[in-house]
Design a binder for this molecule. Sequence first.
Ligand SMILES: NC(=O)c1ccc[n+]([C@@H]2O[C@H](COP(=O)([O-])OP(=O)(O)OC[C@H]3O[C@@H](n4cnc5c(N)ncnc54)[C@H](OP(=O)(O)O)[C@@H]3O)[C@@H](O)[C@H]2O)c1
Length: 250
Amino acid sequence: MNTAIAVIGGTGRVGRIVTRKLLDRGESVRVIGRSAERARRHLPPRAQFFLGDVRDPASLLTPLHGCSAVVYTVESGTDTTGPDSPQSTLHAGVINTLDALLRPDDPMPAQFVLVSQRHVTHSEHPMNAYGRMLDWRLAGENAVRASGLPYTIVRPGWLTDRTELADDGRVLLEQGDRRDGYVALQDVAEACVQALYCPSAQGLTFEMRGGAGAPPEDWEGLFGGLSADVPPQALALAPAPGPAPVRALA
Ligand SMILES: NC(=O)c1ccc[n+]([C@@H]2O[C@H](COP(=O)([O-])OP(=O)(O)OC[C@H]3O[C@@H](n4cnc5c(N)ncnc54)[C@H](OP(=O)(O)O)[C@@H]3O)[C@@H](O)[C@H]2O)c1
């Protein structure tokens, strides 16, 4: 890439692998997060760290200015309302990031890679009881799809560390949001990085599952075997959810 790549959530489990992989490719990487201490602990010195919070639009302007790409891999809290709710990080945070990227003084459109999750299209799923996490994630996805920026949306299943399971290295990319499954952090990070370099990844939304498919060697071919999203103008995007209903978590 000609200019820097931003990794929002780059101090987290997936984000720090993404960051290292991009640095290994010789990229200039700007990590955005809320904790300088976490950055010191987890990031190699070559990564540039910027204190920023996706809930605070002003904090994103400097680190995102002039970036050619963004990987958004932010974890949310599970409060139904308030600053740590999924609404604030998985929807408002995505919008704030898009707004910063789409400012007229920014020279070129940035690529957007969003880490989402399986089950976002199933609002009846038990995980949605936690602050309507799935509804807000889907609203964040929809904002990216409608932004006009080149994008890829990655929906992992349960994240595992490769060392935690007998992982045979196989990965399946699938669409339709019908299955469950786990996937290694390392494979999700690699998919995010590959999405930045493979033209066939643009305009895709897909789920990832480990222990099925094949060892991913030809990412361009893997992405190319998926169906591109229907263009937003033809897509009936679900409206952002309204106020959260009172809902028992048990
Ligand atoms: N856990 C699973 O099984 C699972 C399954 C599917 C999808 N996912 C999703 O995969 C993504 C990556 O997960 P992970 O395990 O790598 O997450 P993680 O280790 O918890 O890292 C999350 C990152 O988000 C940053 N962050 C949180 N709130 C922020 C804010 N308001 N502004 C800026 N940065 C913020 C954190 O940094 P600071 O706190 O220092 O700001 C951290 O770097 C997340 O979106 C997660 O929800 C997880």
